[in-house]
Design a protein around this ligand. Structure first.
Ligand code: ADP
Ligand code: ZN
Length: 214
């Protein structure tokens, strides 16, 4: 299966993408994670991207399109993949179409702006291995350290409240129109984000199961 996850920042698409990735043994590709890794390693791309991500703005299309082109050409993507956070603009979606890789399903995780703002304050990440947590919805074992590698958890630079509002605005203006883009292809399915992570996962898996039988 080739699946795209859409949704506002903090809607939980990354978490769902990882669960589906494990269940179906296909890679979950997060442009946000690739960019954060590049920033951490101070690569040329990372240094150029940091001003955008820190300000809650999108990294320019040609940069992320380049990242995705390269990543999708790797062998592990042959049997399917999950895109988490790409495309985020209509030109990115058009570029993906031009790559000639047919997408089976587009899942948009729907969460209201109020809930997004509430959720974002609980997000935590591991600065060492990039695992993500949430104080309420997905706590680490001791609430302070990463359950995978033991490093102390931190708050992402772009999860500060003022940046979150900027990211939400960018989502509504630039990314949300992609729902219409994919609705017209018949590939779009909406999943209402639930209070409990497991309930959202159940809805997501049901949508994938149904699509895989088509
Ligand atoms: P979230 O979905 O929680 O906003 P991501 O980890 O997906 O977080 O993205 C973090 C940041 O990385 C974005 O705010 C943006 O600056 C950049 N980014 C990620 N994916 C894209 C993309 N497809 N196009 C442009 N910028 C992107
Ligand atoms: Zn870790």
């Amino acid at each position: 299966m080739k699946i795209i996850f859409l949704g506002a920042p903090g809607a939980g698409k990354g978490t769902q993408a990882e669960i589906v990735s494990e269940k179906y043994s296909i890679p979950a590709i997060s442009t946000g994670s690739i960019i954060r890794e590049a920033i951490k390693n101070k690569t040329e791309m990372g240094l150029a991207a940091q001003a955008y991500t820190d300000g809650g703005k999108l990294v320019p299309d040609e940069v992320v399109i380049g990242i995705i082109k390269e990543r999708l050409s790797e062998d592990d993507c042959k049997n399917g993949f999950i895109l988490d956070g790409f495309p985020r603009t209509v030109p990115q979606a058009e570029a993906l179409d031009k790559m000639g890789i047919p997408i089976d399903l587009v899942i948009s995780i729907e969460v209201s702006d109020d809930d997004i703002v509430k959720r974002m304050s609980g997000r935590r990440v591991c600065p060492n291995c990039s695992a993500s947590y949430h104080t309420l919805y997905k706590p680490s074992e001791d609430g302070v350290h990463c359950s995978k590698c033991g490093a102390e958890l931190s708050i992402r630079n772009d999860d500060r409240p003022e940046v979150v509002l900027q990211r939400l605005e960018v989502y509504h203006e630039t990314t949300e129109p992609l729902k219409d883009y994919y609705k017209s292809t018949g590939k779009l399915q909406l999943v209402e984000g639930q209070e409990e992570l497991a309930d959202t996962t159940a809805l997501t898996l049901a949508v994938i199961d149904k699509a895989s039988k088509n």
